[in-house]
Write a protein that binds this ligand. Structure first.
Ligand SMILES: [Zn+2]
Length: 100
């Protein structure tokens, strides 16, 4: 199984399974451990990073609607649409407060 983190093909199956019974693997290149249900190819990973960055911006500037929209965008890419909609509503609300 290819490493979901660095896409290396040199991964080893672990003798132990995960708590849910999935086969576990370890990458010989980046030492990332993952299981057969892990699905985080590189593009997913970058969306997760985008989400983390957006969350950090929100923490620093919670009243800037653009930060919230950035988070909503990342959530949509990660297919977390319900959360994204809630965040977008938050951004709209902040924008309203700003203009008033
Ligand atoms: Zn790897």
């Amino acid at each position: 199984m290819n490493c979901p983190s660095c896409l290396s093909v040199t991964t080893k199956q672990q003798s132990k399974k995960t708590s849910l019974g999935y086969r576990a693997f370890r990458c010989s290149v980046c030492h990332h451990t993952f299981n057969e249900r892990t699905n985080t190819p590189r593009h997913m990973h970058s969306y997760q990073e985008a989400l983390a960055t957006a969350e950090e911006s929100i923490r620093l500037a919670p009243h800037d609607p653009d930060n919230w929209l950035r988070k909503a965008e990342a959530l949509k890419k990660l297919k977390r649409r319900k959360e994204a909609r809630a965040i977008e509503a938050e951004a709209t609300q902040l924008r309203k407060n700003k203009t008033c």
